[in-house]
Design a protein around this ligand. Structure first.
Ligand SMILES: Nc1ncnc2c1ncn2[C@@H]1O[C@H](COP(=O)(O)OP(=O)(O)OP(=O)(O)O)[C@@H](O)[C@H]1O
Ligand SMILES: [Mg+2]
Length: 311
């Protein structure tokens, strides 16, 4: 994967080209002091008596009002991202356990808890093979109108040399009956969407495209991702995708017109959600935020009992 490929997958590069095919969004430049705040680990500081923690959340009045204006223009509820990534690994920390945000403080809570956001800010070119200097990046806050996407309608498409070679169910942890039933029509509608709107129009010939097929059968663009290890290959492996061998069972590759289509069948054991490992136990979270007073009381009782135990 080349640095140029990563640059081309930034939201602000592709959005103007494919605006009509995707969810309405607004892009705001991220001021340097906000970037510094997002990268600063010292949110919690100890006060003088060493017993209480004090959250030091700085205020960014000008940026805050721009963000609020944008959120309002998008209907009051948004899905936030940076240049490439959403804080998918941090949804557990939000009170609604979702990435839906209504204010800058909702966005900050998610961004500051997300390793994916830190990756965008600190090492976007980590797995690139070329050793040219890193291209300059203008960091941006992307706000997308909140849309209730049904996970069974999401698919990831792998495009190599401008050819759609594979389609994978995005939420591979679940079996969706409608996918096996409508396999042929899903595959052909995605291929048609690719041919009509995407092929030869993206500034690269290798890329990964995320799409959504709604209940009316219409296909929408969700995101572009680099064609390489940084992007989850889901039900394919990167070795398969890059080997040059056919991904379908068809013997005659010359005749192969349709892409390989993979989805989770009922026989496969349903797997845990891929972001589970980023979570901490719910009890810790409730204790740290004081969300559940009874848990806190129980915890304090435990600590007291412990102190009273003979060593
Ligand atoms: N506007 C939206 N409203 C609600 N949910 C959304 C919206 N956009 C995306 N999502 C949900 O969030 C998920 C992740 O979105 P997106 O693909 O933009 O994030 P990402 O960080 O680029 O993910 P990846 O690392 O897999 O490329 C999507 O699969 C979809 O379920
Ligand atoms: Mg993406």
């Amino acid at each position: 994967m080349k640095k140029e490929q990563v640059v081309n997958c930034q939201f602000s590069v592709w959005y103007p080209l494919f605006k009509k095919l995707t969810i309405k969004s607004l892009i705001l430049p991220l001021p340097q002091n906000v970037i510094d705040y997002l990268l600063d680990d010292g949110t919690l500081v100890w006060s003088d008596d060493e017993t209480t923690t004090v959250a030091t959340a700085p205020e960014f009045p000008e940026f805050n009002s721009k963000v609020q204006e944008a959120i309002n223009a998008l209907g009051g509820r948004v899905f936030p991202k940076l240049n490439w990534s959403a804080p998918r690994d941090a949804n557990w920390i939000a009170l609604n356990s979702s990435l839906q945000c209504q204010s800058l403080s909702d966005i900050f809570l998610l961004f500051k808890s997300s390793d994916f956001i830190t990756h965008d800010l600190t090492q976007p070119f980590l797995q690139c093979s070329d050793d040219s200097p890193d291209p300059g990046i203008n960091y941006e806050l992307v706000l997308r109108k909140w849309s209730e996407l049904i996970p069974g309608g999401e698919f990831r498409c792998f495009v190599k040399e401008n050819k759609l070679i594979g389609i994978s169910q995005r939420d591979y942890t679940q079996h969706y009956q409608h996918i096996s039933k409508q396999e042929a029509s899903i595959s052909s509608s995605i291929l048609l969407f690719f041919k009509n709107h995407i092929q030869h129009q993206f500034p690269d010939e290798d890329f990964v495209l995320d799409v959504y097929r709604d209940s009316m059968g219409r296909v929408w663009l969700i995101d572009f991702n680099p064609f390489g290890e940084v992007t989850d290959s889901l039900l394919f492996t990167w070795e398969e995708l890059t080997s040059g061998n056919s991904l379908t069972d068809s013997e005659d590759t010359a005749l192969q017109e349709s892409p390989a289509f993979r989805y989770t069948t009922s026989e496969v054991t349903v797997q845990p959600s891929p972001c589970l490992s980023y979570r901490i136990p719910r009890d810790f979270l409730d204790l740290s935020t004081g969300e559940d007073a009874y848990k806190l009381i129980d915890f304090l009782k435990l600590v007291i009992i412990d102190i009273n135990q003979p060593i």
